[in-house]
Design a protein around this ligand. Structure first.
Ligand SMILES: Cc1cc2nc3c(=O)[nH]c(=O)nc-3n(C[C@H](O)[C@H](O)[C@H](O)COP(=O)(O)O)c2cc1C
Length: 206
């Protein structure tokens, strides 16, 4: 059976149930086909509220987000920084965001080696809130850092994180062939024993 309707794609992409694990964690996934549907300002604000409550080293909250909506200049600048592959699908996303982390602590100027760690945690919060709101996110490393930095005049004291597309799930038929296949294949993950250790390279026992 071909998996093409948004509902069927959703079902294929959800992780198998794990009793006791939050539904939204299992349901979050990164699509490449977004619907031609605007994300309201109210919905968007909720996502950033979720990001806002992430934990961070010394509660520095080093994250900054540049957010653009299709048609505005911020969107265009972020979009222009993407590599061609990402441009080919991300053009369907109604919202693009660029995450940035402040590399030094505001209070004393000392280096904050956790700036991107904490910016990633805030982005993960945002992604889970998106899932809870019926939205999807898709982060990207495939963009030109220097183009993005220059386009926004991002100071040296800030490290650029990732671009994230945000929107509602669209029709997989709109994607070119190889991407359509990725969009309709189940998600895969390493088993716990490959990354949860009790000693280096020794799987923890549960
Ligand atoms: C930091 C980061 C960078 C990524 N870069 C890209 C990218 O440039 N292009 C792309 O199509 N997907 C990109 N992805 C998406 C990953 O391929 C995807 O998250 C991974 O395959 C797991 O799939 P899932 O998010 O649906 O669970 C990126 C994801 C993250 C978190």
């Amino acid at each position: 059976m071909s998996v093409t309707t948004p509902e069927a794609v959703e079902a294929t992409k959800h992780a198998p149930p794990v009793p006791g694990v939050e539904e939204n964690i299992l349901r979050r996934w990164s699509p490449r086909a977004f619907a031609d549907r605007e994300v309201s300002a109210e919905q968007l604000k909720k996502l950033f509220e979720a990001a806002r409550w992430a934990a961070s080293s010394y509660n520095e909250q080093p994250w900054r987000f540049l957010v653009g909506r299709k048609g505005d200049e911020t969107y265009r600048k972020i979009f222009d920084s993407l590599i061609e592959f990402n441009q080919s699908w991300a053009n369907s996303a109604p919202v693009l965001m660029l995450s940035v982390g402040k590399k030094t602590f505001a209070q004393n100027g000392n280096p904050n080696h956790y700036a991107l760690h904490d910016t990633g945690a805030a982005t993960a919060n945002l992604a889970l809130q998106a899932t809870a709101s019926g939205l999807h996110t898709h982060s990207m490393a495939g963009f030109d850092n220097e183009i993005a930095r220059a386009a926004f005049g991002i100071p040296d004291d800030y490290e650029i994180g990732a671009v994230t597309a945000i929107g509602y799930l669209g029709n997989v038929e709109a994607l070119p062939d190889p991407m359509r296949k990725m969009e309709t294949s189940p998600r895969e993950r390493k088993p716990l024993q490959e990354f949860v250790f009790s000693a280096w390279d020794h799987p923890a026992q549960f």
